[in-house]
Design a protein around this ligand. Structure first.
Ligand code: HEC
Length: 231
């Protein structure tokens, strides 16, 4: 009887020591990894040398004729308004980071409205191009919510001509483009800040085109031309 008691006692003590005894102890050696979970990958870290490439550098220079993400296509200086050619063929653009209205759509604690960038015909044309590339697949070319993605099963795509969005502050739309909304993903990492505003300017033009416009939206000079054509 005593023999059993001692064996069980020894086992329990051993068990206690294994479970609790070595806690808090520091090991010099790396732990044994049964499932390494891809912790160690054969990869090149930024700015380190590499024997793989003949020039000995780990980093690759951008391929001639391509534009890295985060940079705009080089523009003729008459287009981007720069005084002369910059040293770099690319012009860095920004995706976010600021805390002001232009970068967040917020004025204080609420959504602001109004364009922080001057609206010109070129700006709206840029917005049209960007809208057609990024938004029309779902929202449709006119913004009616009837893009091709609907045919492939995406439901409840917002119609951008509904009253709620006509009334919506520009800043809130900016935020929807940046962060998405419910089933719509965010485009903050793909559409630069300036282009988001260009898209909003174009959405406003689309909204006017679908019944929101009055004759007062036509500039006086253009109105005079129209009136002389159709008296
Ligand atoms: C993959 C499809 C898809 C794309 C691409 C897409 N959207 Fe959406 N968008 C949706 C869906 C779906 C909703 C409705 C989300 C919801 O349930 O409120 C929506 C909602 C919206 C709304 C209304 C948000 C609200 O508060 O109700 C706006 C404004 C909008 N999108 C603008 C855009 C703009 C601008 C782009 C292009 C940069 C864009 N969307 C690209 C699918 C898309």
């Amino acid at each position: 009887m005593l023999k059993y008691f001692f064996s069980i006692f020894v086992l329990v003590v051993l068990l206690l020591v294994t479970v609790a005894g070595f806690r808090g102890q520091k090991f010099q050696k790396p732990p044994i990894e049964l499932f390494p979970d891809m912790d160690h990958q054969p990869k090149v870290k930024s700015q380190v040398p590499s024997t793989f490439y003949s020039d000995g550098r780990g980093n690759r220079a951008p391929i001639t004729g391509t534009v890295p993400l985060g940079y705009a296509m080089p523009q003729h200086k008459s287009v981007d308004g720069s005084a002369g050619e910059s040293q770099s063929p690319y012009k860095q653009v920004h995706f976010s980071g600021g805390v002001g209205y232009t970068d967040t759509g917020k004025m204080g604690a609420s959504w602001g409205t109004g364009m922080p960038i001057e609206v010109t015909p070129e700006f709206i044309a840029r917005g049209q191009e960007r809208f057609n590339i990024s938004c029309s697949v779902c929202h449709g070319a006119t913004g009616a919510g009837n893009g091709i993605a609907g045919k492939y099963g995406l439901v409840a795509i917002a119609n951008l001509h509904q009253d709620r969005i006509l009334q919506m502050a520009d800043g809130e739309i900016f935020n929807t483009i940046t962060h998405g909304k419910n089933t719509m993903m965010g485009y903050g990492d793909r559409i630069q800040v300036q282009d988001r505003w260009a898209i909003i300017a174009y959405i406003r033009a689309l909204q006017k085109s679908q019944g929101g416009a009055t004759i007062n939206d036509v500039p006086a000079t253009e109105r005079a031309k129209l009136e002389s054509q159709n008296p």
